[in-house]
Design a protein around this ligand. Structure first.
Ligand SMILES: *Cc1c(COP(=O)(O)O)cnc(C)c1O
Length: 389
């Protein structure tokens, strides 16, 4: 099967020099000019016009009223959970199949990640599994949901849009309402993805990342978008050392965080976001090319786009139906040997040493998918050459 896969991937990436990276950043717009202007004018740190501009541009891009930009996506999740009022000892429901930062940020907020299984289509948290699981292990006490097995409140859920594919957010939101859980979207991989025509991050409080391997990068960076004016004010305050505005005095009214994105990074962000529509078109053309190349292949397919959504195809991925034992490693080795730097999905979080004892639902699908998924070279550049850019 490996040779067929190699032929298909090679046909899509064409003449790209080997090795072909999994996902590379691309700086072909105003990045140089904007970063240079920060240096020339001396505004490199946490004050400067690009921070405000990036927040405004990002909010507009996501069709959300407010955005706060911070140093990275992990800190963005941490800050969002804090202002939502997550308390030490609370449980937060997250999928078991996500990047480790989703769980780590929950722990940074003093809370306990509670792992739930994912579905095969979107790779997002499975609504039906979640309902069954809550009915089994949770009970309502007043307007609070409590885990009967641990005695801890289950306070929130954080679905993740894996590889840019929007998860079944509205169904999950209905469950959140029914069980009185707060909802934050981990949209770190899904900038520009849409669901029923609406951008991810436009409906609920959502978190983004601008790490070097994401579609739009600020070097390192993150953001929270929200509709909630009060939440927005508190987020801004908490992430800027909780300093009250004053011409010279240092008045801090709580233990704040130095999470503000530096102006240098925001300058990069503004320039990158200007190109986001073109980047998205390139990513979608690349995904379409992979789908054509894999059409009719037995036992493997490109992860399809969930119904009623448009993915940003952050990482175009293939999934094997019923691979033999060892398929994952054999295939990855064969791809790497010809300079195609593909990657497996993350180790399921409940299998990592620090999360083995954590509360969880049945995780059969997570464990199965982890052995069957491979992400393919997905850089914007590869797609641009397909749309003639
Ligand atoms: C990238 C990512 C994060 C964290 O973002 P950083 O900017 O790297 O801190 C969180 N969750 C998921 C699912 C991610 O892919």
């Amino acid at each position: 099967m490996s040779s067929e896969i190699i032929a298909a991937v090679s046909a899509v990436v064409g003449e790209a020099p080997r090795p072909v990276a999994l996902h590379e950043p691309l700086f072909v717009g105003n990045e140089n000019a904007y970063v240079k202007s920060c240096i020339d004018e001396g505004w490199v740190s946490s004050v400067g016009e690009f921070v405000n501009r990036f927040e405004k541009d990002l909010a507009a891009f996501c069709n959300a009223p407010h955005a706060v930009v911070v140093v990275n996506g992990t800190c963005a999740i941490h800050a969002a959970l804090m202002v939502l009022g997550i308390q030490p000892g609370d449980e937060v429901i997250i999928p078991a199949l996500t990047f480790v930062a989703t769980a780590n940020a929950v722990v940074h907020a003093g809370a306990v990640p509670h792992f739930v299984d994912v579905e095969e289509t979107s790779l997002g948290m499975d609504p039906q599994t979640l309902i069954t699981h809550l009915e089994k292990i949770a009970t309502r006490q007043g307007n609070q949901t409590v885990n009967k097995l641990t005695g801890r409140p289950i306070r929130a859920m954080m679905p993740v849009h894996i590889f840019g594919h929007p998860c079944r957010l509205e169904e999950l939101a209905a469950i959140a309402r029914e069980w009185n859980l707060m909802l934050v979207e981990d949209a770190t991989e899904a900038l520009g993805s849409t669901q029923e025509g609406r951008p991810v991050g436009s409906r609920y409080t959502a978190v983004f990342s601008f790490n070097g391997n994401k579609m739009v990068t600020t070097g390192g960076g993150g953001a929270v978008t929200t509709h909630d004016e009060d939440l927005y004010q508190r987020l801004k305050h908490l992430t800027t050392t909780a300093k009250q505005p004053h011409k010279w005095a240092f008045l801090h009214d709580q233990v704040g965080y130095n999470y503000r994105m530096p102006n240098l990074n925001a300058a990069l962000g503004v320039a990158q976001l200007e190109q986001a529509p073109r980047f998205l078109a390139a990513k979608r053309a690349l995904a379409a090319a992979y789908m054509r190349a894999f059409e009719g292949m037995k036992g493997v397919r490109i992860l399809p786009t969930p119904p009623d959504t448009e993915s940003n195809y952050w990482l175009v991925s293939m999934v094997a139906d019923q691979p033999d034992e060892g398929w994952l490693d054999t295939t990855l080795k064969a791809l790497h040997d010809v300079g195609l730097q593909c990657r497996p999905i993350w180790q399921p979080l409940h299998m990592l040493p620090m999360y083995q004892e954590h509360p969880r639902s049945d995780l059969t699908r997570t464990e199965s998918l982890a052995k069957r998924l491979i992400s393919l070279p997905s850089s914007v550049k590869l797609g641009l050459s397909l749309i003639g850019g």
